[in-house]
Design a protein around this ligand. Structure first.
Ligand code: SF4
Length: 467
């Protein structure tokens, strides 16, 4: 599907006899944030243990693995590569041993100055094992002359710019850090006496843990043998929570940045209906991403909501296309139209975004072929015009259809009778009263943290698509 790709999911637990099992379950709940690799590191007070593999959480852990992953604390990671090529060498957690002792790290986000730091470290003799930006932090940590591991970690992280929600595991501590802008979510929970940190609250729900609070932007949270403590060692910065977590990335049953994702997403649909009304017989979500917004749209417009497209949930990343001759499944292998709902109807299709436009075009065609009389596309966020440098895999600007095409050109390209996006004002009003604290750079092209010059090439424009 033509979507921006999720970044990563992280999970950490301190002080539970089933740390590895609970981390596995937590990662299972966070699987939507990354499907390329998975890993868990544990500590029983002795040498850290680690298991990493390519693919899904459910396919990569068995009894023998859990027997090896002993200990009362653990961290875990599911990954979709955002910086550094995919593959086992970039799977996380990354574990090192250095003068400060063993440490493992799991990272969600992207450091905008990773290349710069890496070049400096390489010129001074550092040898890197991965191409991931996270390893840079470990090199800085290992080289620090600070007196304690905590001070070394703060010194290392102080050099980083960009988006980072991090969990570290040492032999006797769990440390969670969120960048001062608060780009990516990170939340704190308790399960009995155990501390849990994770990307989204849906991971707490699965293991029956209680939500306590979000880790604050710029906070260093430490759980250790003496209990918990928090440091705030970084200078305060403009807040920049990723608004796309609410639009698409996070699960609707999660609370992110203090708001229910389901509520925000439904409100996006309500506002979309007020801003972009059109006479119609049926509102149809593009599943699963358009479901919450379509609910809100139907509620305000009074047009009934029907599930006119059914998603096949069992299409994995390993789906192998059959031979050339029967390859023209198109989008049908993932979505199938329900003719009895669509036939002869004026249909409003609701989705969360259009990235390249290629999938939207196929869906509109499919809905028409199923007998729809009119097809009106409604999108619950503004046009995506600029790439993300903060941990989200966006195509180059040249591939973003809204960066290079007018609304009317996009409408013609996807073949809809009408096309309407939610305004930026409508998007920010939906996330609530703290709208100034959000990043919306992919809709505005204005970036809260500058990115390296060599990435400016991403912003170049390209030739327009041919109809
Ligand atoms: S640019 Fe877009 S996707 Fe990236 S952090 Fe900002 S809002 Fe999120």
């Amino acid at each position: 599907m033509d979507k921006l790709r999720e970044e990563c999911g992280i999970f950490g637990i301190f002080g539970h006899s089933e740390a590895a099992n609970l981390t596995y379950l937590g990662l299972y709940a966070l699987q939507h944030r990354g499907q390329e690799s998975v890993g868990i590191a544990t500590s029983d007070g002795g040498p850290l243990q680690i298991h990493k593999a390519m693919g899904y959480v459910a396919d990569n852990f068995d009894e023998a693995t859990f027997t090896r992953l002993q200990g009362m604390s653990a961290i875990g990671h599911v990954r979709y590569s955002t910086a550094g090529e995919s593959g086992m060498k970039n799977a996380q957690p990354i574990l090192i041993d250095c003068a400060h002792g063993e440490i493992a790290v799991a990272h969600n986000g992207n450091l905008v100055n990773a290349q710069e730091l890496r070049q400096e470290l390489v010129s001074q003799g550092s040898i890197f094992q991965t191409t991931s930006d996270t390893e840079v932090l470990l090199h800085l940590y290992a080289r620090s002359k600070a007196a304690t591991p905590e001070a070394a970690l703060v010194e290392a992280i102080s050099a980083a710019r960009g988006a980072f929600s991090l969990v570290f595991l040492t032999r006797d501590r769990l440390i969670a850090v969120r960048d001062p802008h608060g780009f990516r979510p990170l939340t704190l929970g308790r399960l009995g006496d155990a501390y849990i940190v994770c990307s989204e609250t849906c991971a707490l729900d699965l293991i029956g843990a209680e939500w306590v609070r979000d880790i604050q932007p710029g906070e260093v949270f430490i759980a250790g043998p003496d209990g918990e403590k928090s440091l705030h060692p970084f200078p305060p910065a403009r807040l920049a929570h990723c608004v796309f977590e609410h639009v698409y990335f996070s699960r609707p049953d999660s609370y992110v940045f203090g708001r229910s994702v389901n509520e925000v997403r439904t409100e996006l649909g309500r506002r979309l209906a007020r801003e972009q009304p059109t006479p119609a017989d049926v509102v149809v979500p593009i599943p699963d991403s358009g479901v919450c917004a379509a609910t809100g749209f139907a509620e305000v417009s009074g047009v009934p909501l029907r599930m006119g497209l059914i998603r096949n949930h069992y299409v994995g990343r390993t789906f192998i296309e059959p031979q050339q001759s029967i390859r023209h499944f198109g989008v049908r292998v993932k979505l199938n139209p329900v003719k009895s709902i669509l036939q002869g109807q004026r249909v409003i299709l609701v989705d969360d975004s259009i990235v390249r436009g290629t999938t939207s075009r196929k869906i509109v065609k499919m809905v028409r072929a199923a007998g729809a009389r009119e097809v009106h596309m409604r999108i619950s966020c503004p046009p995506t015009i600029s790439p993300c440098f903060y941990g989200v895999d966006t195509p180059q600007r040249s591939e973003l259809i809204a960066a290079t095409h007018s609304l009317e050109e996009i409408r013609r390209y996807i073949g809809a009778d009408s096309l309407g996006y939610l305004s930026l004002e409508g998007l920010l009003a939906s996330v609530g009263s703290d709208r100034q604290s959000y990043c919306s750079s992919c809709y505005t092209g204005e970036y809260p943290v500058s990115f390296p010059q060599n990435q400016a090439a991403y912003l170049q424009l390209a030739l327009k698509l041919v109809e």
